[in-house]
Design a binder for this molecule. Structure first.
Ligand code: AP5
Length: 217
């Protein structure tokens, strides 16, 4: 299965992708996580992406498309789930071209929908582990010990781009891009609109229901 997951900042893309990847054996490819790893490693790509990410703007298409198509090339035959990519119609078109060269295509698009106020609340409360990348929330998904990662005992941190000013810009950027992107996918693939303004478990159940039907079809 080759799946694209769309959604506003903090819609729960990363949270849901981890469950989807485990349930269906897919490779989870998050453009944001790959960029953050590149930055932490101090690579040229990471340095190029830095100023865009810190301001809440999109990293230029040519950088992202090359980075993601290389990552997708390494995916197992069972498939992948893309988290945060594509984010523009141009990225979606280039992704489709690259998949078509291998006689592949996107099987489904999951469109997680929340309003901006919910997004802002989720972002403010998000804490993540700088070592293993685990994501928590100070109210909705607490670690066993406050401020400490359950997996490796590392102190949890807030992402630098989760400040209110940058979040406002990330939401603005999302709204500018999302409609044409969803329109593109409605014309080229199957889009499932998912109400993501519910508990994590309820959103997951709805996603699994749609994907199970797709697998059986
Ligand atoms: P990226 O890392 O992709 O950020 P984003 O899209 O803003 O998404 P987030 O990671 O903030 O949120 P999420 O939807 O994964 O939510 P999460 O599961 O963590 O991109 C960062 C930057 O990189 C971009 O701004 C851009 O500069 C650049 N970039 C990346 N991709 C690019 C591309 N394709 N093109 C150009 N530039 C690109 O959940 C959030 C919080 O809510 C957590 O605390 C979680 O515990 C909680 N939560 C999740 N679900 C629920 C629920 N159902 N109920 C209650 N709480 C919940």
């Amino acid at each position: 299965m080759r799946i694209v997951l769309l959604g506003a900042p903090a819609a729960g893309k990363g949270t849901q992708c981890k469950s989807i990847a485990t349930q269906y054996g897919l490779l989870h490819l998050s453009s944001g996580d790959i960029l953050r790893h590149q930055r932490a490693a101090g690579t040229e790509l990471g340095k190029k992406a830095q100023s865009y990410m810190d301001s809440g703007a999109l990293v230029p298409d040519e950088i992202i498309i090359e980075m993601m198509t290389k990552a997708i090339d390494k995916a197992p035959a069972v498939g992948f789930i893309l988290d945060g990519f594509p984010r523009t119609v141009n990225q979606a078109v280039e992704l489709d071209k690259s998949l078509a060269c291998r006689r592949h295509e996107i099987d489904a698009v999951l469109n997680l929908k929340i309003d901006d106020r919910t997004a802002a609340k989720r972002i403010t409360g998000r804490r993540s582990c700088p070592r293993c990348g685990a994501v928590y929330h100070i109210e909705n998904l607490k670690p066993k010990v406050e401020g400490i990662c359950d997996n490796d005992g590392t102190e949890l941190v807030q992402r630098p781009d989760d400040s209110p000013e940058v979040v406002a810009n990330r939401l603005r950027t999302y709204h500018e891009q999302i409609e044409p992107l969803v329109d593109y996918y409605r014309n080229n693939s199957t889009v499932y609109d998912i109400d993501a303004d519910r508990d994590v478990d309820e959103v997951r159940a709805c996603v699994f229901e749609n994907l199970d039907a797709l697998v059986k079809a």
